[in-house]
Design a protein around this ligand. Structure first.
Ligand code: ZN
Length: 233
């Protein structure tokens, strides 16, 4: 006689039930290693299953955000984000810092839970991290600034302006960033406000566009140019 084995489950947002459900797991795959270009560890897992209520097939993805003995006391993972059906935006560039990725994941989770103010705070955090990565990483390697090793981290408003000045973002992306900045400021202070789901989702689309422009499309163009150069030789 066979004993019934308790089926394992994973918590994920079901887009049809519009709720977090304990999906019945059917299988999983995982991968881990070190990103050679930047020497940082990574680990990710993809799990497949079905909604216990509506029986829709669901797939979720989680990635490791804390590595024991590297940057954390213990291994830490994100909650599962739904990748099927209705997948979130995926970026291809390996240059996107982990803090940016985790902030946009958190924003997506907040939106899925109708926490629009929290989503705006996280989108602002993602954009601020982009500003720091682009402006402060590059300037430290180029200029031989002598004495002070500790650079004051750049804030969102100032960062956006500098990105525009340096031609990293154009006028339109600059305007979108300013809207994000305004909403982030509203969201970050304990005022009695509401932010609609529609506004938060638009800001999310703007942030995705900016990240795609700065990282993914730049990578893509560099690869394109290299290919042309190789051909011409
Ligand atoms: Zn469902």
């Amino acid at each position: 006689m066979q004993k019934t084995i308790k089926q394992s489950t994973f918590v994920i947002d079901c887009p049809y039930c519009k709720a977090k459900v304990a999906a019945l797991e059917h299988g999983r795959g995982s991968k881990s290693g070190v990103i050679e270009e930047i020497g940082e560890p990574f680990a990710e897992i993809i799990v497949v299953g079905e909604c216990p209520n509506c029986e829709t097939m669901l797939a979720g993805e989680s990635h490791q955000v804390g590595f024991e003995g590297y940057d954390s006391h213990e291994d830490r993972w994100t909650d599962f984000v739904r990748i099927y059906p209705k997948p979130p935006k995926v970026f291809s560039s390996y240059r996107i810092p982990r803090v940016v990725k985790s902030s946009i994941t958190e924003a997506e989770r907040s939106l899925q839970a109708n926490a629009n103010i929290a989503a705006c705070v996280m989108l602002g955090r993602a954009m601020e991290a982009v500003c720091r990565d682009i402006l402060q990483k590059k300037s430290t390697s180029k200029t031989k600034s002598s004495s002070s090793k500790k650079i004051k981290p750049i804030m969102l408003g100032q960062g956006i302006k500098k990105m525009k000045e340096k031609g990293i973002i154009d006028e339109r992306l600059y305007n979108w960033s300013q809207q994000l900045h305004a909403f982030r400021n509203l969201a970050a202070h304990p005022e009695d406000i509401t932010i609609s789901r529609a506004d938060a989702e638009d800001l999310q689309i703007f942030v995705y566009a900016i990240i795609e422009y700065i990282y993914d499309l730049t990578d893509r163009y560099e690869e394109f140019k290299e290919r042309l150069e190789r051909k011409s030789k």
